[in-house]
Write a new protein. Structure first.
Length: 421
């Protein structure tokens, strides 16, 4: 089956995590929506223009910077028999939502499922919607406008969508238990000792190394191939560590933590997602936060995740727009490519844009490419060349070759971050 995951007009309002990557490639629970949808068929992304250009430009030359697989472009598969599934990119990748999508497919009849008044998913016949599908995947018209043209009966089912930046944390906390259980039930992991589940070895010659002095105080803890966990670490599940990641000695990973592939981690981390290729390689605290890819937190960087008043945390969505959340715990949402210097202190509810550089005590809202270096240093904006140069050096350390598409992506983000954009 062909599955098309599309971004609607709400996606750009969801904060810094979606600036440099598709909404469907943000980890929630244990996986991203794109990865979950591959269980249902061949998945194509229908994205904001600058991200679609990035994915198409990469083609099969290299994986995107967020580490997932991709294809060169969207194309309508023929013959036009059977059905096609459309899924809103804001759908939460949860076990419940996956079951609902499978039920929609198993009906083998056209149907739509709403989340409130917003289309969350639709199954339509290819042969009766050939013109609509060709227009959809061509990118000539707004995907959201075309979604409104989908004619299918309304199905009485529920699907959950991300509605605001705080939902990335809340949805993650609500779904991780079931998604960890789903991974274990799939048979991909074997329990090597109570609470510790190692991924079954595939064709790789690499092996996972878990020191004998690692404490699993509560499970389940999922660990993929080629992971190294040093001595005297404490792992409290539910928790997942993806392939190639290194956990340095004396680290504490608390419940609801998910670490992507090829990360370097140390210190204390709890209830947080760290996307692939990011580093928090020294002491410090990261709590109730979400870091994008290619993020580096300098030694001693700490996040504040609880107000001294114990009250609900406010988010500065921009320099003059505030959102009152219902969350008592909220650390940082940090976009891809951003970095902090040593001893940086991040406030509660910090929203850090893509490719930002921070030191000292940054503001609660930091635009993309912004540099706030503390000590009364003036706020500046990095050039595209500066960001691309640093990113190329980081990628080389992971054995990944920089691509011209990376520069195009940073250029597009720079244009979007300008005040009049």
């Amino acid at each position: 089956m062909d599955v098309y995951v599309y971004e609607d007009s709400v996606v750009p309002t969801l904060g810094p995590l979606i600036t440099a990557r598709p909404a469907c490639d943000i980890t929630i629970g244990t996986i991203a929506l794109y990865e979950m949808l591959t269980q249902l068929g061949d998945v194509q992304r229908l994205l904001r223009p600058y991200l679609q250009h990035y994915v198409n430009s990469l083609g099969t030359d290299r994986i995107p910077h967020w580490g997932s697989v991709t294809t060169s472009k969207c194309s309508l598969q023929k013959p036009v028999e059977g059905h096609v599934l459309f899924v809103n990119a804001r759908l939460v990748p949860s076990r419940t939502n996956l079951s609902t999508l499978k039920e929609l497919i198993d009906r083998k009849q056209s149907g739509r499922i709403l989340a409130g008044e917003t289309l969350a998913a639709a199954l339509i016949e290819q042969r009766n919607n050939e013109v609509l599908l060709e227009t959809f995947v061509s990118g000539k018209d707004s995907s959201e406008g075309l979604v409104e043209e989908i004619k299918a009966p309304l199905i009485d089912s529920e699907l959950q969508l991300i509605q605001s930046p705080q939902d990335f944390l809340t949805a993650h906390e609500n779904s991780i238990d079931d998604m960890v259980a789903l991974a274990i039930d799939s048979g991909q992991y074997i329990e090597s000792r109570p609470g510790l589940f190692l991924k079954r070895k595939g064709d790789s010659d690499t092996s996972t190394v878990i020191d004998d002095f690692v404490s699993i105080r509560s499970g389940p803890v999922l660990i993929d191939e080629d992971v190294n966990v040093g001595p005297f670490c404490c792992l409290d599940g539910p928790l997942k560590i993806c392939s190639g990641t290194r956990i340095h000695p004396h680290s504490w990973l608390g419940p609801a933590t998910v670490v992507g592939r090829d990360c370097r981690l140390a210190g204390e981390v709890t209830a947080s997602v760290i996307e692939s290729f990011s580093n928090k390689a020294h002491n410090g605290f990261l709590g109730h936060s979400h870091l994008g890819s290619w993020v580096n937190l300098g030694a001693g960087t700490i996040t504040s995740n609880l107000k001294v008043s114990y009250g609900a945390i406010r988010l500065n969505l921009s320099r003059n727009e505030i959102l009152q959340t219902d969350r008592q715990f909220f650390g940082t949402l940090c976009g891809d490519f951003s970095k902090t210097a040593i001893h940086t202190s991040l406030p509660c509810g910090a929203l850090i844009g893509a490719a930002a550089t921070l030191a000292g005590r940054p503001a609660a809202f930091v635009p993309s490419l912004c540099s706030q270096l503390g000590n009364e240093s003036p706020e500046t904006t990095a050039t595209v060349e500066q960001v691309v140069t640093a990113l190329g050096r980081m990628m080389s350390r992971r054995g990944i070759q920089p691509h011209p598409a990376d520069s195009d992506l940073i250029t597009a983000i720079s244009e979007l971050s300008k005040p009049d954009s």
